[in-house]
Design a protein around this ligand. Structure first.
Ligand code: SAM
Length: 313
């Protein structure tokens, strides 16, 4: 591949190399309930798919939430990420978990994975949308991830149907705040900006229609700024469930299953979610049922940020 336009790489590297990114990514489940639901769903899906898996590639592995888990289960993991600060954080976490010797850390962009041979890992995975940050190369990146996989592929990408309701709800993240008293800067921002965000809100039919049609998290002006390499973060490409399925089918992936983590939790108000999370028994039962509900292919569109897909090679 060696993708021609290099703005997605440049912007991702700049954005994800900010100093506090690794720490923030490591603390997400302590502050937001939707992150707890998503992490639990992916963990569960991974652990029931490890049969015959000895080697793993984690593309955009971040602070190591999933790469370290699989190393703890005995896999040899190549943790690949564009950001040196994320890799440093992942190494620190892997050391604390005693699995450094089972992991290799490689700095690089998903846009450049053509250097890895065919079928070089039993399982190829990439979670929480790194593929979506490679726009306009997302389809090429998926093809290469499949090519590198020997047995199984598991990805989560930005979900178009899950993302669209945000455009009618600027306070969506408030629903998932676990503890309003906590010191986290994002939590504080969500709380202090709530009223103003409601006051300033106008439903923009054109914006919703555009995202529904082109899947891009930005208008013409933002896309032009991105293509000049000047925007602060990447334009995200959001996928539709059928679209993602077709791309994988065209690459020869079989037994494709889609899920929409966060779909069940999204229907419940904050006060009740917090109550459930603060009671260990209810929390376990709730997370178990979220997994069942969110795994139903018909709720893919109701999921939250991510669309999860797994399949066999
Ligand atoms: C939201 S985090 C997810 C991290 C991890 N997969 C997880 O679920 O905890 C996205 C990660 O993708 C990495 N990333 C973003 N764009 C990338 C690219 N083009 N190539 C490789 N990694 C990328 C970022 O540095 C960051 O660590």
């Amino acid at each position: 591949m060696g993708c021609k336009e290099d703005y997605s790489r440049k912007i991702s590297e700049r954005f994800w190399s900010q100093k506090d990114k690794g720490d923030l990514e490591s603390q997400r489940e302590e502050t937001f309930i939707d992150d707890i639901v998503q992490k639990r769903h992916i963990e569960r899906e991974l652990l029931c798919s490890l049969d015959g898996i000895k080697t793993v590639f984690d593309g955009g592995g971040g602070s190591g939430r999933f790469s370290i888990l699989l190393a703890k289960y005995g896999c040899r993991v190549t943790h690949y990420d564009i950001s040196q600060s994320m890799i440093d954080k992942a190494k620190e976490n892997a050391k604390a978990e005693g699995v450094l010797d089972r992991m290799e850390f490689v700095k690089g962009a998903l846009e450049d994975i053509d250097r890895f041979p065919d079928h070089s890992f039993d399982l190829v995975m990439s979670f929480d949308a790194p593929v979506s940050y490679t726009y306009p190369h997302q389809n090429e990146v998926i093809k290469h991830l499949v090519r590198m996989a020997g047995k199984r592929i598991m990805l989560s990408v930005s979900s178009r149907l899950g993302y669209l309701p945000y455009l009618a709800n600027p306070i969506q993240k408030n629903q998932f705040i676990l503890n309003p008293e906590c010191e986290d800067a994002w939590v504080k921002w969500c709380i202090s900006n709530r009223e103003q965000s409601i006051k300033d809100f106008i439903f923009d039919g054109e914006q919703v229609k555009r995202l529904y049609e082109n899947g891009l998290s930005g208008g013409d002006w933002e896309i032009a700024e991105y293509e000049r390499g000047e925007s602060p973060w990447c334009i995200t490409y959001t996928f539709l469930p059928d679209e993602l399925k077709s791309i994988l089918q065209a690459c020869g992936v079989k037994n494709i299953a889609l899920a929409g983590p966060g779909a069940y939790a999204r229907t419940i108000p904050n006060e009740l979610l917090v109550k459930i999370m603060n009671d260990p028994k209810q929390k376990e039962e709730f997370l178990n049922f979220c997994y069942v509900f969110d795994s139903n292919p018909y709720v893919c569109g109701m999921g939250k940020d991510n669309l999860l897909v797994k399949g066999d090679i």
